[in-house]
Design a protein around this ligand. Structure first.
Ligand SMILES: *[C@@H]1O[C@H](CO)[C@@H](O)[C@H](O)[C@H]1NC(C)=O
Ligand SMILES: *[C@@H]1O[C@H](CO)[C@@H](O)[C@H](O)[C@H]1NC(C)=O
Ligand SMILES: *[C@@H]1O[C@H](CO)[C@@H](O)[C@H](O)[C@H]1NC(C)=O
Ligand SMILES: *[C@@H]1O[C@H](CO)[C@@H](O)[C@H](O)[C@H]1NC(C)=O
Ligand SMILES: *[C@@H]1O[C@H](CO)[C@@H](O)[C@H](O)[C@H]1NC(C)=O
Ligand SMILES: *[C@@H]1O[C@H](CO)[C@@H](O)[C@H](O)[C@H]1NC(C)=O
Ligand SMILES: *[C@@H]1O[C@H](CO)[C@@H](O)[C@H](O)[C@H]1NC(C)=O
Ligand SMILES: *[C@@H]1O[C@H](CO)[C@@H](O)[C@H](O)[C@H]1NC(C)=O
Length: 650
């Protein structure tokens, strides 16, 4: 693999890139890569006079303790339960040491760069210096080339295969950019994109739906009547069905002004105001005219340029259910991310929530994230960092294949979810609608490539559901032959509850006995070559809620909508009322809930789902069993009981 690409590179340039670089003495290789990213070809050596804005990212002390810090404030038995950190404490704890700053700075000065050229960032994690390509090659013992990317029709400057640092500097440095990252764009043009490049392809969220219907009068009636008619809910799922299934009797928020919930949408996804009103008129008349509070991120707009079902169904679904369930007094915030040209990825949202994430470990990835300021002059010309205040509950109805990304990218984002949890935010992610497969039904082959069909038999986990610091939400359905009972959601081809085991993240402590009991007591009928069966990897989902046949107003009509996209904002709304009860009692928010919901005293407050499975990758998937399972997690919530249990915690 390495050899092949190395030869190609060499031929294309007519130069030898594969020999050892002349590294200055006592330098060590700091970062290296075997191949250049696909789609890029080397054009020529970079002109020595080009000025590079060199950024040296310093090691974050304490990052290895992130799980420990998170458990201290999130484990119900911890004396520090609920003592969430301030954003300032988070920044302080992960800020680079003075020793690191001094060491790197003095290296630059002794290398001949004037002190006036070297600048330390406010967050203390970066050192900036403008250098010529010639100076950078000297400093880093590397060679810079111009690469051309056909797909984006752009050129970048990057190092060929590796760069070096003096050994005594290397230990304080996370990374240096621009080097291997392919993010220093020289020129970029190209037509306006129909969909945000990443939301459209990598981050799937659009729930499936079936043909238009009208809400039946059965499902609009009072709860008592509906209870006798629960089978109507297996046909048409409505807010009252959810209240009935999950013991979520009308809750009147006591301190709505002190509480918050945010739903994330990626442009071009947009809600239609008239759809909200159609829904409210049928299911929550007092809310007609109500809208979410819009917080725009990186030019995010509730766009009306594109208005197909595909553009509107996700946002309509999420907001209709979340707003109805929390009720008219509790505001719902809409975090709308991305302008119409670039779109957005979750990293844009994290940047807006935490300014220090913008630069953390090199900042967003040019390979997987979108670029702001938007290279299109008509697009958003800023990049929002720390502009949005932290909500108590954050709901994302999206997922992406874990295998698509490098472990470094996954870990960077996952650690940020831990930081949000430390600050008291509950972060919910849907697990996707493809069972043991990832977005679009993609599975893996033995070399780890994603694809569909018989050449790709290995289960394909979904991210960020596999991040141990988020709460991932699967889907259930009402059993039509036994309506009081739920089973794992499987309606082909609309939904199969996403679940399985990570290939990247290790088993977190809070999940240890749940996962190991499942694998021991109900060993799945698949060889270890199809999934990580070691009992040492993170299993998902954590919990679930109904995700089938949601009656949803979309584009002026009614659809039945399916998916973990539906279950996730519903769980977010439930948890928001629990936060309200705790805040009113003078207690903290529930924050990162996993250590609590897996604790033995909380199991009574979940309906254990033991029927059904999550087919995918040409298998029946995993099976729902007593206790936790990688199909429905620990089960569906009994919200009344959960509220009482959480109120009893300190
Ligand atoms: C590098 O150059 C840019 C553009 O001239 C300038 O805005 C920036 O402040 C410079 N950075 C440093 C660290 O001197
Ligand atoms: C109860 O449900 C039945 C249909 O099963 C319906 O005919 C009746 O009108 C409902 N009653 C009320 C009070 O909504
Ligand atoms: C909800 O938002 C509206 C509009 O911003 C504001 O006027 C109102 O005070 C908010 N309600 C609460 C309870 O915070
Ligand atoms: C896996 O798929 C990739 C392309 O998607 C291919 O290059 C690779 O050879 C495949 N590996 C195996 C073992 O089939
Ligand atoms: C399974 O996951 C664990 C934890 O991430 C890892 O240490 C182990 O190597 C994985 N096993 C296989 C066969 O991939
Ligand atoms: C709610 O917020 C107000 C205004 O910030 C504050 O005075 C009050 O103490 C808060 N109430 C609770 C229960 O936290
Ligand atoms: C539905 O319930 C019946 C009766 O309890 C059970 O036999 C069947 O397996 C359930 N179906 C599913 C899909 O879980
Ligand atoms: C619903 O929750 C309440 C607590 O708020 C509890 O007393 C009741 O038993 C629960 N009902 C069911 C059917 O679980």
């Amino acid at each position: 693999m390495y050899l092949a690409s190395c030869l190609l590179t060499t031929l294309a340039l007519g130069l030898s890139l594969c020999g050892a670089f002349p590294a200055p003495s006592r330098h060590v290789v700091h970062e290296a890569r075997a191949t250049i990213p696909t789609g890029w070809s080397p054009m020529r050596r970079a002109d020595p006079d080009i000025v590079l804005p060199l950024r040296i990212g310093l090691m974050q002390p304490n990052i290895h303790k992130v799980e420990e810090y998170l458990m201290e404030v999130s484990h119900p038995q911890s004396p520090g339960y609920g003592n969430h950190w301030t954003p300032a404490r988070v920044v302080q704890t992960f800020r680079a040491s003075k020793e690191a700053i001094d060491t790197v700075r003095s290296w630059l000065l002794t290398s001949g760069l004037g002190a006036d050229r070297v600048r330390v960032s406010n967050s203390g994690t970066w050192i900036h210096v403008n250098v010529t390509v010639e100076e950078a090659e000297e400093l880093l013992g590397t060679e810079y080339y111009i690469y051309y990317g056909e797909e984006t029709d752009s050129e970048v400057i990057a190092c060929a295969h590796r760069y070096h640092l003096p050994e005594y500097v290397s230990e304080y440095v996370e990374l240096v950019a621009p080097t291997l990252q392919f993010d220093f764009t020289r020129r970029r043009r190209g037509p306006e994109k129909r969909n945000g490049i990443s939301t459209g392809s990598l981050w799937g969220g659009m729930p499936s739906y079936s043909s238009p219907i009208s809400p039946s009068p059965h499902v609009n009636g009072p709860l008592a009547n509906l209870s006798a008619q629960l089978s109507a809910c297996s046909d048409q799922l409505t807010p009252n069905c959810l209240r009935l299934l999950y013991n979520f009797t009308e809750y009147v928020p006591q301190v709505p002004g002190n509480n918050s919930i945010a739903i994330v949408e990626f442009t071009p996804n947009a809600y239609r105001p008239s759809d909200l009103d159609l829904f409210f008129a049928n299911f929550s008349p007092s809310q007609v005219g109500e809208r979410p509070i819009l917080e725009s991120i990186d030019g995010g707009v509730v766009q009306t340029t594109y208005a197909t079902y595909d553009d509107n169904v996700e946002s309509d679904l999420d907001l209709e259910y979340a707003m109805t369930l929390v009720g008219s007094t509790q505001n719902v915030t809409l975090l709308q991310a991305g302008d119409l040209y670039e779109g957005a990825t979750p990293d844009n949202v994290l940047d807006a929530l935490d300014a220090s994430y913008c630069t953390y470990e090199g900042g967003d990835s040019p390979e997987y994230d979108v670029t702001y300021p938007d290279p299109n002059p008509a697009g958003y010309q800023g990049h929002d960092c720390g502009t949005v205040s932290l909500p108590n509950v954050l709901s994302f109805s999206f997922s992406s294949p874990e295998a698509y990304y490098t472990p470094a990218y996954l870990e960077r984002m996952c650690n940020e979810f831990a930081k949000l949890g430390m600050m008291g935010v509950t972060v919910l992610w849907s697990t996707g609608d493809y069972g043991v497969a990832a977005l679009g039904g993609q599975c893996l082959n033995s070399t780890g490539s994603l694809g569909t069909g018989s050449g790709y038999p290995i289960f394909g986990p979904s991210f960020p559901a596999t991040c141990p610091y988020v709460t991932s939400v699967g889907a259930t359905e009402i059993n039509t032959s036994s309506p009081a009972q739920e089973s794992a959601a499987y309606v082909s081809p609309q939904v199969s509850s996403g679940g399985g085991f990570s290939n990247v993240f290790a088993l977190p402590s809070y999940q240890k006995s749940a996962v190991q009991d499942y694998l021991t007591n109900y060993p799945p009928p698949y060889p270890a070559s199809l999934y990580n069966s070691s009992g040492n990897s993170r299993g998902y989902p954590d919990l679930s809620a109904n995700g089938v046949r949601y009656i949803t107003a979309v584009d002026g009509g009614w659809l039945q909508v399916y998916g973990t996209s539906a279950s996730t904002p519903v769980v977010a709304a439930f948890l928001t009322t629990i936060n309200d009860a705790r805040i009113a009692a003078g207690k903290s928010t529930i924050g990162f809930i996993n250590p609590t919901i897996y604790s033995s005293s909380f199991q009574v407050a979940f309906n254990d789902i033991t029927d059904g499975s999550n087919p995918g990758c040409d298998t029946d998937g995993f099976f729902a069993e007593p206790g936790w399972d990688p199909v429905t997690g620990i089960g569906t919530p009994n919200v009344g009981m959960l509220r009482d249990l959480w109120l009893a915690l300190s």
